[in-house]
Each structure stands twice: as C-alpha cells, then as structure tokens.
Write a protein that binds this ligand. Sequence first.
Ligand code: URP
Ligand code: ZN
Ligand code: ZN
Ligand code: ZN
Length: 477
Amino acid sequence: MKTLIKGGTVVNATGTATADVLIDGETIAAVLAPGSTLLGFDIEQNVDQVVDATGKYVIPGGIDAHTHMQMPFGGTEASDTFETGTRAAAHGGTTSIIDFVVQYAGENILDQYNLWQEKAAGQCAVDYGFHQILSDVQDSSLTAMDELINEGVTSFKLFMAYKGVFLSDDGQIVKAMQRASDNGSLIMMHAENGSVIDLLVKQHLERGETTPYYHGVSRPWQAEEEATHRAIMLANLTGAPLYIVHVSAKQAVEQIAAARDNGQNVFAETCPQYLYLSLEDQLGASSPEWGEFEGAKWVCSTPLRSKHEGHQHHMWQGLRTNDLQVISTDHCPFCMKGQKDMGLADFSKIPNGIGSVEHRMDLIYQGVVMGEITLPRWVELTSTTPARMFGVYGKKGVIQPGADGDVVIYDPNGHTSIGLEKTHHMNMDYSAWEGYEIDGHVDTVFSRGRMIVDDDAYLGRKGDGAYFKRGLSQYLI
Ligand code: URP
Ligand code: ZN
Ligand code: ZN
Ligand code: ZN
C-alpha cells in the first residue's frame, strides 16, 4: 500500500515545511517538495491513495509514554483494557503508548513482564512498549533489570509513596539506581513523601474529613518537593539518570531546574491535568448524582494543585524552558460506579487516576492556540522527545524517510467537543474533560502506514498494534 499525503504543513520538532509525505508499506519513504516527481515518476499516478492535507498539519503520531491499561490498583483494575485504551488513543492521534508492567512486593519481575506481554498481545490498536515498575528491590530484581533491557524494557519506575503497595525505601532506591548507572537504563520516579502523606491522610480521616478534596490536601506540594529533591540527590550519589513522572508542583519544577543547571541527567514529565485542572475545581465539583463526591473524578497522584499558588503557570513555563521535556497522560482510568465509589465514605479508598489518553494531543494543541508553546514544541513534547527519551527515535517521533508510517493529519480549523456523549472512546462512565472545547481536530491517523482513523471513524482492527523493543535513552547527556 502506497499513500501520498499531499499539500500539508509537515511539523517536526525542528520546524515546519510545506511538503508531501509518501508512505510505502509500513514506512515513510520520502518527504518531498510539493508536487515533486520521484526519479521521473509522477508520484500521484503511482500510489494507491492520495490524501489531501492542504491547510492541515502533518505530524508524527503522538507517543504517550505513561499509561496504565487494565492495571490492578486500589483494589480494582484500571477500566481501559489494552484494546479499548489503545483504540481511544488512536482516535486522539496517539499511535504509540508505553505502559507499565506492575511488580507488587514479592512478585517475580520477569513473570510479571511475561504476563503483561500476554495481556497486550493481539489486543492493541496502536504500537506499544513497556516500562517496568520495581517495588521491593531484591537482588533478583537487579539481574531482571539487565534481562529486561534485552527485551526492550529500558526504564524502571520506583515509588517513594504507597507503603505496602509500591513503596521502595531509600536503600532499595539506591540499589536500583546503582544498577541503572551501570547498565544505562533510566530510573523513573513517583516522587511524593509517602510517610508524610500516610500520616496526613490518617489525621484528616480522624477529623471526619472524608471527601475527595482531602485527597489533594493530604498530598501537599511540600511532600512532592521533598521527594523530588531526595530522588535527585540519590541519583546524584549514584550517577543514575532520573526521570520524574507526573510533576504537578512548581517547587518540584524548581528542584528539577536546579539539578539540570547543575549538569545532572534529570528529566521530567507533566500531564494535561496539571496544566488545566485545579484543587479548587475539585473542591467546587458537585452533581445531583454524586453530590460533593463528584470530586472523585479528579482524584489522582500527584494531586491537582491550588490555582492560587501558580503551579499551572510554572508548568507551562517549564515546558517552554525545557525543564519539563515530556507530556504524558498517566492514563489510569476508573469508572465512578463500582470503582471510584469505593471511596464514598473515605477518600483514601478512591482508586487514584484520571483517563486522558484520547485527549492529550488536542489538549496540548490548545497550548499552541493560547500562545503557551510553539507548533514544533507541541510535536516535540508529545512525540519527538518521548521517542528520544525512551529509545525509539528514528522509527517513532519524526516525519522523515525510514521512520514508521505513524502519521497524524491535524486540522487547526477543525473543532473537537470533548465529553461522554461526544468524542469519548475510553472505557469510563465519565469524562474528566467533560465540556472542553478544542480548537483543532484529529482528522486522519496512520499507524505503520495503515489508515486507522478517518474523520472520527475507526478503520483499524485489534491486534494491528505491535510491541516495540526500545533501546537505551537517546536523550542522556
Ligand atoms: O493517580 C495515579 N497517578 N495513578 C496511577 C499510578 C501512578 O502513580 O502513576
Ligand atoms: Zn506514579
Ligand atoms: Zn502512572
Ligand atoms: Zn475533521
């Protein structure tokens, strides 16, 4: 199958150009001046389909480097399967996800990795890779890290919170970091001080403060700043590269910026929820169905932060200054009925997570519309840098000959209304983004050369998506 995408504005992280894109089979074959011939052949006459992208952007497919499909968590399981979650991703212009293999304390890492491969196999609409979560860092975990690198799993997430579930103590963290420093892998950190949070949660509940708002209040920015600083120091001690996930506090960005100014290999992502949503939105949320428990829809960790403290402004600024390099969703969806409602009487029992995998490209494109970031920066934050950070650049994250034919045609004059009855394809009974109106629209999505979405119609099949082995990070200094 040969496709010519004609007349669009090709947007890479390096800039924009009016160009035609020729996809041959699964791969981009050429990026050409508009209307060019190839070795004397009229290209249009020699392809199977021509797609007119005049007036539209032609961008590398989005890469969401932080998702949790069907993750067992909080006494339940994330509601999107690999099938539903990756199909929703495709609708939103995301053609790759990197999901987390979970190891709970005591579980064998390689068994868990094989289990996740089984869960995803034959299910996905788009290509996928894996990170590995390490909880209790045993000696066997260290050899498993080396083995997983050969399987294309080159990044390992540790947690400084969730005692008894995920938490690694500082000694275990150092042990994993030492290994990462030796084998070249990347340590990802959930940076929140778990002991402090556990105490504050207990105190709020004892005072009868049980509503979703207290989830945020019990996870203050100081707990994020402290853990971020500690993670940076432990990485400094061991020489391990460090990537802080789901940053929401401006003080954490300041710690990251200082470490980077100091020449340390410290990187970070933020998520759409920390750019747009606030603790006050959660406090003010109420509905006839749920009353003030409505706020449970936005319970995630790190939590939404107060809009009066300047966090959102700082996130956008960090995205411009490259103190934050990646935007992922931390897609971890739960339904209100039967899942989030486990916490009706106690916010600490609300499963943590928000689902956004379908809306990331649209939501961050709004940053371009609002003048917060440039068009190439949109592509860099959502596709190119995730590809480089996690070792798939060249195949993914760029429109250039030899890259996979993962291409999105985005219409800046189109419009997208987000909501349960509208564009929503995620397996959730609510949308955290209900009512958001987007100036822009994902028109057409190609995954390795196959058109899988066209004007909101899904044309792909489950199992189209393939596992990709990742190399070591291409972003380290
Ligand atoms: O609330 C969140 N973020 N749930 C997913 C698990 C994690 O910490 O990333
Ligand atoms: Zn986390
Ligand atoms: Zn997560
Ligand atoms: Zn359209």
